[in-house]
Design a binder for this molecule. Structure first.
Ligand code: GLA
Length: 407
């Protein structure tokens, strides 16, 4: 090879490598888990611009925005057909003003707009997917002013998941608008092992169902109640894969969608402790005051949004009693005591007897040497770790304490 050719080859290779290296996910969009609302759990395919605008209004009026919820996410079924050039259109019947106008409205409320697509030819509800149109769709979403993309995994036989999700990540990056990328392939291809640099979160499980411990069959697959979602990946220690910018997603919440108050409180507290994105799935326009209070409990939200970004660990797993611990910033900890069972659970927690050691963070507590004060984040009760903690936890309920070291 002559010198000119070899020099040209070197330059070409260097440019190719830098072009490859420059495609990445957008940084800084999910330093803490995303918070927002999504249409699917309540509205299924029944989405339109009036409802979405009203939901943005309700997000503000109910105090949800001030509590930290930011995204208004339209799930499946907003789509029309592709035009002659392949550009995706919104359903004119349901979004007559178009997506750009809707994004402008949502932004005017201090909120962000999310949208949904799928890596296959069709979405799970049979609408046009993004396969083969990734760069074009990402460009369209950026033009519309979209801020969040949930990217599903229906109709993807013979598609490589790492390749498919990387393609859409790169397409979003090229389009240039920072769009949070939410991977939704239900944990089927172990996304926790490869998606850290591709998406900002990945669904760790199949779809949720608004019940405590049921499974609802849809033929070839099942939706899962709160405890089933909590347990299905238990042995995989998924917390080791999560951290600022890349979270395990235990699916959108069902708070306010028919479970009991205790169940909703537990569901919300658990999702917060697990650093799951907190995406409400109820009708915010007419939720009860009980539901509103659960979703806007700032102390519970603060656990989810804690800057240390460490997912809770299941520390005691003893029949109806589960205890989850979450190391927080500044030497604090959260303790969640869950009663999975149908009877009141009487339990006395002996602090010194239960030494704490977290292999993931290297943090530990020896309550013989260190005293903490605690505050109950649902009742406001206070105490310290000098005395045993005596609990009577109602069925399906939780007690959540924030522990602060006494200096
Ligand atoms: C899948 C997803 C759900 C929802 C539907 C829409 O089932 O897991 O969260 O987006 O598709 O069709």
């Amino acid at each position: 090879m002559n010198r000119f050719l070899s020099k040209s080859l070197c330059i070409f290779l260097a440019l190719s490598v830098s072009a490859l290296a420059s495609a990445q996910k957008f940084d800084g969009l999910a330093d803490t888990p995303a918070m927002g609302w999504n249409s699917w759990n309540t509205f299924d395919c029944d989405v339109d611009e009036t409802m979405i605008r009203e939901m943005a209004d309700a997000m503000v009026e109910t105090g949800m925005r001030d509590a930290g919820y930011t995204y208004i996410n339209i799930d499946d079924c907003w789509h029309g057909e592709r035009d002659a050039a392949g550009k995706i259109q919104v359903s004119k019947a349901h979004f007559p003003s178009g997506m750009k106008a809707l994004a402008d409205y949502v932004h005017s409320k201090g909120l962000k707009l999310g949208i949904y697509s799928d890596a296959g030819n069709t979405t799970c509800a049979g609408r046009p997917g993004s396969r083969g149109h990734e760069y074009q769709d990402a460009q369209t979403y950026a033009e519309w002013g979209i801020d969040y993309l949930k990217y599903d995994w229906c109709d993807t036989e013979n598609i490589n998941p790492i390749g498919a999700y990387t393609t859409m990540r790169d397409a979003l990056y090229k389009a240039g608008r920072p769009i949070l990328f939410s991977i939704c392939e239900w944990g089927d291809n172990q996304p926790w092992a490869w998606a850290k640099d591709i998406g900002h979160s990945w669904r760790a499980t199949g779809d949720i169902y608004p019940c405590w411990d049921c499974a609802y069959g849809w033929g070839s697959w099942q939706s899962l109640g709160v405890l089933k979602i909590l347990d299905i990946r238990k042995d995989l220690r998924l917390r080791q894969y999560a951290g600022p910018g890349h979270w395990n997603d235990y699916d959108m919440m069902e708070v306010g969608n028919g479970m009991s108050e205790a169940e909703d409180r537990s569901h919300f507290s658990l999702w917060a402790m697990l650093n799951s994105p907190l995406i409400a799935g109820n009708d915010l326009r007419n939720m009860s005051e009980t539901t509103r209070k659960i979703l806007t409990n700032k102390d519970i939200i603060a656990l989810n949004q804690d800057p240390a970004g460490v997912e809770a660990m299941r520390y005691i797993d003893a029949g109806d009693l589960n205890v989850f611990l979450k190391p927080l910033a500044n030497g604090e900890w959260a303790f969640l005591f869950l009663n999975r069972g149908d009877e009141v659970l009487n339990y006395t927690h002996d602090w010194p007897f239960n030494l704490v050691k977290d292999d993931l963070t290297g943090r530990s507590i020896d309550f013989n040497r260190e005293i903490f004060t605690w505050r109950d984040l649902w009742t406001g009760d206070k105490g310290d770790t000098k005395r045993n903690l005596k609990l009577a936890i109602p069925p399906h309920d939780v007690v959540v304490l924030r522990l602060t070291p006494v200096k």
